[in-house]
Design a protein around this ligand. Structure first.
Ligand code: IPE
Ligand code: IPE
Ligand code: MG
Length: 245
């Protein structure tokens, strides 16, 4: 088997953790069973990312559109988030992991808001992996929010229109301060972005696997990284230009 070049790993990996529901159905269980098993995969992938020395990992846990799922699934997921955060934060903290959340967090129930605020605060000074959970997140929501913030600054005469650069735009996104992901992984055989990091994924390498999220393990992450390392990232240039660098 090929080996990973540890000097050429992405700084930031983003994952659409998909397929919990289908996996559960295949096991003759209900969808929440799949979400509970998905947490095991989260733990394994966070461990693997830490071992590899990845700096940023963004996990898509719940989209704005997911609010429209049947009420028992939404409530079950909210309970799972609160339980998981309470249970995992001590270990994450011991492993020097910093937690951050992006999304329309206002929409979350109070209990979840509190859990997120505590987790963020407790791990704020950690310097290892930054684990970003996209929760009640939508890429379009984030772009609209950034536009509103920038428009407000222009209207307050704090910023002129000519000063709106890519850097200013990035600074007004929920992902402010994070580098763009170089690699985006989606599990469970769907080939779409589903409103994830629309601005930030502009030049990400996309990797799709049929593996359902509850079965995703370190070896699957390594497979994705191997594929990533086999690609030539050209950023609009020609292959010759890239190879001259
Ligand atoms: C991903 O798995 C988790 C969430 C969106 C919360 P799904 O729940 O979308 O599982 P499938 O796609 O229905 O199998
Ligand atoms: C995307 O998965 C959101 C998360 C993984 C949290 P969905 O299962 O909601 O996406 P669609 O509906 O298949 O596009
Ligand atoms: Mg899905």
């Amino acid at each position: 088997m090929e080996t990973l070049d540890l000097s050429r790993l992405p700084k930031h990996i983003a994952i659409i953790m998909d397929g919990n529901g289908r996996w559960a159905k295949e096991q003759g269980q209900d969808r929440l069973f799949g979400h509970y098993h998905g947490v095991i995969s989260v733990r394994k992938v966070v461990e693997a990312a830490t071992e590899l020395g990845i700096q940023y990992l963004t996990l898509y846990a719940f989209s704005t559109e997911n609010w429209d799922r049947p009420e028992p699934e939404v409530t079950g997921l909210m309970t799972l988030f609160v339980e998981t955060i309470a249970k995992e934060v001590p270990d994450l903290h011991n492993n020097n992991i910093k937690l951050a959340f992006i999304g329309n967090l206002e929409m979350l129930p109070n209990e979840a808001k509190l859990a997120l605020a505590n987790a963020t605060e407790q791990t704020a000074n950690n310097t290892g992996l930054t684990l970003i959970i996209a929760l009640s997140y939508s890429g379009r929501w984030e772009l609209i929010e950034a536009t509103k913030k920038i428009a407000q600054k222009v209207s307050n005469a704090e910023l002129s229109i000519n000063e709106i650069t890519g850097a200013v735009f990035s600074d007004n996104l929920a992902s402010k301060g994070l580098p763009d992901p170089e690699l985006m992984i989606r599990t469970s055989g769907e080939y779409r972005i589903s409103n994830f990091l629309l601005y930030q994924l502009a030049y990400a390498e996309l990797y799709f696997t049929d593996t359902r999220w509850p079965e995703f393990r370190k070896e699957h992450l390594e497979q994705a990284l191997l594929e990533y390392q086999s690609r030539e990232r050209r950023f609009g240039k020609t292959s010759d230009q890239i190879n001259q660098l």
